[in-house]
Design a protein around this ligand. Sequence first.
Ligand SMILES: NC(=O)c1ccc[n+]([C@@H]2O[C@H](COP(=O)([O-])OP(=O)(O)OC[C@H]3O[C@@H](n4cnc5c(N)ncnc54)[C@H](OP(=O)(O)O)[C@@H]3O)[C@@H](O)[C@H]2O)c1
Length: 458
Amino acid sequence: MSGGGWKQAELAEPAGWVSGAPIRVAMLGCGTVGGEVVRLLREQAADLAARVGAPVELVGVAVRRPHRHPELGELLTTDASALVTRPDVDVVVEVIGGIEPVRTWLLEALKAGKSVVTANKALLAEDGAGLAEAADSSGADLYYEASVAGAIPLLRPLRESLAGDRISRVAGIVNGTTNFILSAMTASGSSYADALEEATRLGYAEADPSADVDGYDAASKAAILASLAFHTRVTSADVYCEGIRHVSAADIAAARGMGCVIKLLAICERVPAGAGAEAVSARVYPAMIPAAHPLAAVDGAFNAVFVEAEAAGQLMFYGQGAGGAPTASAVLGDLVAVARNRVVGGRGSRESAYASLPVQPMGAVPTRYHVSLDVADRAGVLAAIAGEFAQNGVSIAAVRQTGDGSTVDGSARLVVVTHAAPEVALATTVERLAGLDAVRGVESVLRVEDLGRKGAGA
Ligand SMILES: NC(=O)c1ccc[n+]([C@@H]2O[C@H](COP(=O)([O-])OP(=O)(O)OC[C@H]3O[C@@H](n4cnc5c(N)ncnc54)[C@H](OP(=O)(O)O)[C@@H]3O)[C@@H](O)[C@H]2O)c1
């Protein structure tokens, strides 16, 4: 073993059966996650060898700025392309992130028969099919547990444990930054801007928070979850995505008034598509959920995913969705799995896309709305507003009015909660309400999710 301060020979002998030739690992990236992977590989070398049946040996690490990693000595390289195709490499662990040049490197590795372990949700959500095809062609493993919900074992349960069941819905909180912000707004009544500032100060939000607060990170994860759950290729472009920037303190208070909380949800479900056919819906947006639902209690930077399956019923997966060590735990779990497969000379289970269900456009997805309107407080207003809902085929579940005409400007606040209707009908209704004389402004529009409702496949 060569390479700086990392000397496997100095570590204790493995306790169990270790007879195989070493499994040689190349790492791409050594940042927040990669640094923890290297630490755990080193500290747990003897146990990992016993679990795999062969030593797991780090033979190279590609980074951008080698001077920042003096502890890795001769293991370092800046030539990732050469590293992933080295003949002595068995497994490539990718913890750099982004689409290119990482996609090219991973395709090169898979074509050369190396197994790949990656935490790269953006790449898998954009081109999981390309990577899976390359893995199938060469018979290599492609594992990516760390790409969704950090430490939480979720993809393997979907791909393996639930392979005999029929999943109807996967819905959850898969972005810790936005959950931290919404939890802070709920706990203190603070504005979105103040909660974001606190999240940034505490290191929960990046200097540029767009990928998190605009929902793109959660949309990538939704694409991966929907693909696995419904045996269908779903990409990030198929996922309807809305972030949390527009959620106000008034929305949070309105949710509380209804016995609800607001969470940024990733929802993947089977939906009816007419004539007995089915489609997949994958979407991300802030929504009101009942305060009594288990997802409502998931606070701060934690993640939780609720899975509903025909035979298994309801399952919930909860834990740390990000961070160096938690994410490294998932990476190492995959590394042990693919290393074991190498030792016994086989290949692990892989996802399938045989169902090829169509993805339903957002306009056709049945949702419920909570609409707050600033209206003129005079006779006939309620009838005019109810008429708009009726014209678009949207049935009203509840109406609440505040204001009694004694306000200085004669305005009132009207809150309308609908029954489920196609999104396009709800959106058209809101657009038309905004044009009514009696409506001074549409203050907020939030979706209400009935997570207990049965999906199409349940
Ligand atoms: N952080 C988390 O909590 C978390 C959670 C789940 C999944 N992930 C995923 O894990 C991956 C890594 O995230 P991270 O937070 O560890 O990122 P990070 O801290 O920014 O580390 C990125 C690493 O990649 C290296 N790198 C960047 N560009 C490179 C290039 N062109 N060639 C070679 N090396 C390059 C960097 O090298 P230098 O060190 O020399 O700059 C650094 O070591 C991403 O896909 C991310 O989505 C992260």
